[in-house]
Design a protein around this ligand. Structure first.
Ligand code: HEM
Length: 527
């Protein structure tokens, strides 16, 4: 009798395991083969839609990224040639893992898409969608970024950027400058500086101070336990904790297991999800404790809390989003600037000349020089920044958009529920919009320069949609004014105050880039 029950039980177990296995195989085949192939087939019938000739199952668009990395290039290098391959098509089909997407590519398509935001196209409402709530988005879970543009969400977004916008961001110049001075002093004490790390530390510290309080300096250097991927516990201060955690979430977001088993991503039951979640919970509670200590009435946290319009939790989540959105985008752009200026020495000389002409020289009176009025006079610097953001935008595409209704873009029907992205880097290398796009040439942004005139004579004239670094439309980057200001202050301070060298082999190599997700980190020697 016992024997019979065991046999029956084993048989049932075997049967249900086999059924579960078959069901899983059917599910994966459906999601990883049928859905993307059907998506490709559907869009292949439109002449203005680009569908890659070859279907790479599962890996899809990840494959060329891996090829780039394996060949020592930035993972998005292949995308620079994308526009040329597409032959002027408006839309591209993007197939990878479980979620096929549409890439909005041509200027015409971006213009049409931007006009549909937010009534028909908007941020995906992803707060409870574990398929889309991945990577860095988990870090700022609950922030306004994870919701479509309701009145309340739009108001939240607007409130922060009133304090970080064109008219108000000048109040933050002293904080930026103070951190730049401190950072330079520290860098001078080291023989060689790992530049990406150093600049990232500085921009994150600037942001923590502005957002949470200038009286938190001591708290920011206290060390906390951080669980590392090799199972040990590291001690990091809050800024390094943040940097490591965010990188861990970016890696988690790109992890194939996150793509294939999104439920594990939601449940956080195994590593790396479990470890990251534990670190994130610790980070959030330390940050909350820190907020209780801050008495700085000028901090964004304090000013927004005073409005009594939003819950403390919402403000907290939004500020985490803002540090995430603004810290490393700025640091990566600044490192890129240092790199391209060394690669193009005549541009560096021209920039130094402009800075000197306006009084930004070594030993100048910093408080007197660094006013909004003086900074705005630096025209060539603004062209240099524009060019950095063109040649090496810190984000290769916008964030996700979602069709809330059936729409048409450039006469291509896009049904409700489709996920979309707006291309950034492909457009920045489009030869029909940019003359010699592989050349770092700030003059292209100066309408009175010979280069811009030559370009115009050849019929190559970029328009507002040719520049995509900050996106377009109502959900485009709200931090653009702040980013430009911080980049200007950093450049106007650092360029006259230090001389540096970049390893020769880096300067001669093609495909180097510093966008988020890359790990180029050259050693800079300060002379
Ligand atoms: C060079 C610097 C920066 C670049 C290139 C950049 C680029 C972008 C891009 C491409 C997007 C996506 C837009 C879209 O999906 O259409 C975005 C979104 C965003 N950025 Fe930036 N950004 C930069 C700096 C900043 C700064 C300094 C802040 C904060 C002060 C910031 C805050 C945000 C936020 C909060 C969003 C999400 C907006 C929303 O969902 O409504 N960014 N950024």
């Amino acid at each position: 009798m016992v024997c019979e029950s065991i046999i029956w039980l084993s048989w049932a177990l075997l049967k249900y395991s086999a059924l579960a296995l078959v069901a899983t195989a059917v599910y994966f085949t459906y999601k990883l083969f049928y859905v993307p192939l059907a998506f490709r087939r559907k869009y292949s019938q439109y002449k203005n839609v680009y569908v890659k000739p070859k279907f790479i199952p599962v890996l899809g668009e990840l494959k060329p990224c891996l090829d780039d990395i394996n060949n020592g290039r930035a993972f998005y290098d292949h995308l620079k040639k994308q526009q040329a391959k597409m032959g002027g098509k408006d839309i591209k089909v993007y197939v990878q893992g479980f979620e096929p997407r549409i890439i909005i590519a041509s200027n015409k398509a971006v213009k049409e898409a931007a006009a549909l935001i937010p009534s028909k196209i908007d941020r995906a409402d992803i707060q409870d969608n574990y398929r889309l709530m991945i990577g860095g988005l988990k870090f700022s879970s609950g922030s306004f970024n994870n919701y479509a543009s309701s009145k309340g969400i739009a108001e939240r977004r607007k409130s922060y950027f009133k304090l970080l916008g064109v008219n108000t961001s000048s109040q933050h110049i002293p904080v930026i400058l103070k951190n730049a001075v401190q950072n330079l002093e520290k860098m001078k004490q080291e023989e060689e500086v790992l530049i990406t790390e150093k600049i990232s530390y500085m921009t994150n510290k600037i942001f923590m101070t502005i957002l949470f309080g200038a009286d938190l300096e001591d708290f920011l250097v206290e060390k906390h336990d951080y669980e590392t991927s090799d199972g040990t516990t590291a001690k990091y201060n809050l800024i390094n904790f943040f940097g490591h955690l965010l990188t861990a979430y970016h890696v988690e977001g790109a992890h194939p297991m996150t793509m294939f088993f999104p439920i594990l991503n939601k449940l956080n039951v195994v590593n790396p999800w479990k470890r990251n979640f534990k670190n994130l919970s610790r980070f959030r509670s330390i940050m909350k404790e820190m907020l209780h200590r801050s008495k700085d009435k000028n901090s964004v946290w304090h000013q927004i809390s005073q409005l009594e319009k939003f819950s403390k939790d919402d403000i907290f989540n939004d500020l985490l989003l803002i540090i995430m959105g603004g810290g490393d985008t700025i640091s990566r752009s600044f490192v890129s600037m240092l790199y391209f200026l060394k690669k193009y020495p005549s541009t560096l000389s021209k920039l130094k000349h402009e800075l000197a002409q306006h009084g930004f020289v070594k030993g100048c009176d910093l408080d007197q020089m660094f006013t909004m009025e003086n900074i705005q006079k630096l025209e060539y610097l603004s062209y240099v920044i524009k060019e950095v953001l063109r040649i090496d935008a810190p984000i290769w595409t916008t964030m996700n958009y979602y069709a809330f209704k059936d729409v048409e873009i450039c006469d291509v029907p896009i049904p409700k529920g489709t996920l979309m992205l707006i291309d950034v880097i492909g457009t920045h290398y489009d030869e029909s919009q940019w003359l010699d796009p592989y050349v770092f040439e700030p003059d292209r942004h100066d309408p009175n320069s010979d280069f811009a005139k030559k370009s115009k004579d050849l019929g190559i004239v970029p328009n507002v949609y040719s520049k995509r670094a900050f996106g377009h439309g109502l959900r485009g980057c709200p931090g653009q004014a702040f980013a430009n200001l911080e980049l200007k202050v950093l450049a106007a301070f650092f360029i006259p105050h230090f001389d540096y060298s970049v390893p020769e082999e880096w300067l001669n190599k093609e495909g180097i880039g510093f966008a988020l997700g890359t790990d180029f980190n050259f050693k800079l020697k300060i002379d």
